[in-house]
Design a binder for this molecule. Structure first.
Ligand code: C2E
Ligand code: CA
Ligand code: CA
Length: 442
């Protein structure tokens, strides 16, 4: 059996590895969900939640040090293991300069990751008083560490995505290494995909929890891959976001989604809101806001029914740019939502600086509610605090009537999740609209 075909299954809450464990494998997530966390003096800091197509534990491949973080399955998960020995062998056969560069780069990568955890800790202490010096200096430091971190990631990306020489003797040149195959070839395919119009938008209903009626939807991008598979964003979006392709794709997505909002009204008499995700990189484009305003007008979308979703990381990476662009975007008349709330670094003391209309509670909290009293309390206070800040709440990832019922009890405005419907294509979405109540409890 080839090394890369070692598949392992993990149950929910089962550890794949813990901090300090020997780093003997990297993993590609075939299905399920993995949480990567650090233990800081007995507190768990969640660093990332990874899903299908993501890679976990990859640092071991280069630096062979004990694990710097723990990885735990938070849903039934299937992984393909890439044993260190196998990859080490390949690295040993590679060009010595590239080998040394990768070792140094990955050691610094790990160092910065640890530093980031530390700064985050300082920041969470400082955030109880947003005006304190500790908060300000931690924020500054966070920015500087983040920018160094990004710079390093850029360099590593350039090194590993260089096309492999055809002599078969290159570092990651073999087709056996799935990760690199993705990295090397995907960008070319992605470019072609835009030209060949292989991207599709699916729409997931957002439901008013009190009446179970659809009030809007979120546009989610899919790639109709030439292989026939319909790929989810976890398989390609990171790569698109790393390149400038996201600018072009982002405009296509906005236009398609605004068109849908407009047609829902004119063709089907449904005045629903359509939520559009924006990536951080799109904000580097100085024409973003006027172009989005043009798109809303050109398509005939009702501006107040277009809602742009932005994740917390944008606010952290570049708060000045974010503040300016978000205020400009708000002035167009469109609505703004903060996405995946609770998974990043921001806090409520930070939130009032930005003109958000809606807060989306990340599904990690919603799905943990029935298992953990703490998550239950977190969700409850997020709903209450949003109300105090005059924001609507969308609870993401509702998968059962039980979760919907808890959210109704908390008086959360809206819900979104597989319980109501997965993201579906336009035709199927319009069909869903014919059902007066998408789910009837009981
Ligand atoms: P997101 O913005 O948090 O989108 C919600 C994701 O959660 C979607 O995954 C959706 O299918 C999934 N989801 C919804 N309900 C449930 C549920 O009940 N259970 C579970 N387990 N999952 C649920 P998807 O479509 O794979 O998208 C993943 C991420 O990719 C999105 O997360 C968003 O960050 C990004 N993305 C998707 N479409 C776009 C886009 O058009 N532009 C940009 N910039 N990002 C996008
Ligand atoms: Ca979203
Ligand atoms: Ca989300």
């Amino acid at each position: 059996m080839e090394a890369f075909e070692l598949q392992t299954t993990f149950d929910t809450d089962e550890y794949i590895f813990r901090e300090g464990d020997p780093g003997d494998c990297a993993y590609i997530i075939d299905s399920g969900m993995v949480e990567v966390s650090l233990d800081k003096d007995g507190r768990t800091l969640v660093m990332a939640t990874l899903t299908k197509g993501d890679i976990v534990g990859e640092m071991a491949i280069i630096d062979r040090l004990p694990r710097a973080a723990a990885a735990r399955a938070i849903a039934p998960t299937v992984l393909t293991a890439i044993p260190l020995d196998y990859v080490s062998q390949k690295i040993e056969q590679s060009d010595p300069t590239v080998r040394m560069f990768l070792r140094l780069a990955m050691a610094r990568y790990r160092d910065m990751n640890a530093r980031l955890g530390q700064v985050f800790e300082e920041l969470s202490v400082g955030q109880s008083d947003a005006s304190s010096d500790a908060f300000a200096s931690s924020t500054m430091e966070m920015k500087s560490v983040m920018s160094q971190f990004k710079e390093m990631q850029k360099r590593i990306d350039t090194a590993v995505t260089k096309p492999a020489p055809s002599d078969g003797n290159s570092l990651f040149g073999e087709k056996t290494l799935e990760i690199t195959k993705l990295l090397v070839t995907e960008e070319k395919l992605l470019k072609a995909a835009i030209t060949k119009k292989e991207f599709r938008l699916h729409y997931q209903p957002i439901v008013d929890l009190a009446s179970n009626r659809i009030v809007g939807c979120e546009a989610l991008v899919r790639w109709e891959h030439p292989s026939g598979e319909l790929l989810l964003p976890s398989r390609f979006l990171t790569q698109v976001e790393k390149s400038d392709l996201i600018i072009e794709l982002g405009y296509w997505i906005a236009e398609e989604a605004c068109n849908f909002q407009s047609r829902l009204l004119t063709d089907f008499r449904h005045d629903l809101f359509v939520a559009i995700n924006l990536s951080g990189k799109q904000f580097e484009d100085q024409f973003l806001v006027p172009s989005l305003a043009d798109i809303m007008d050109k398509t005939g979308a009702r501006r107040e029914q277009i809602k742009f979703e932005i994740t917390e990381s944008l606010l952290i990476d570049n708060p000045e740019l974010a503040t300016q662009s978000l205020h400009q975007l708000k002035e167009t008349g469109a609505k703004l939502a903060i996405d995946d709330f609770g998974t990043g670094y921001s806090s409520f003391s930070y939130l009032h600086r930005f003109p958000f209309d809606t807060l989306k509670i990340d599904r990690v909290f919603v799905s943990a509610m029935s298992r953990s009293e703490k998550s239950h309390q977190i969700v409850k206070s997020l709903v209450n605090l949003s109300r105090d800040l005059d924001m609507e709440v969308v609870a993401e990832g509702i998968e059962s009537e039980h979760e919907a019922e808890i959210m109704r009890k908390f008086k959360a405005t809206y819900g979104q999740g597989y319980y109501f419907s997965r993201a579906v294509n336009e035709t199927a979405f319009v069909k869903l609209l014919r059902t007066p109540q998408i789910k009837i409890a009981g």
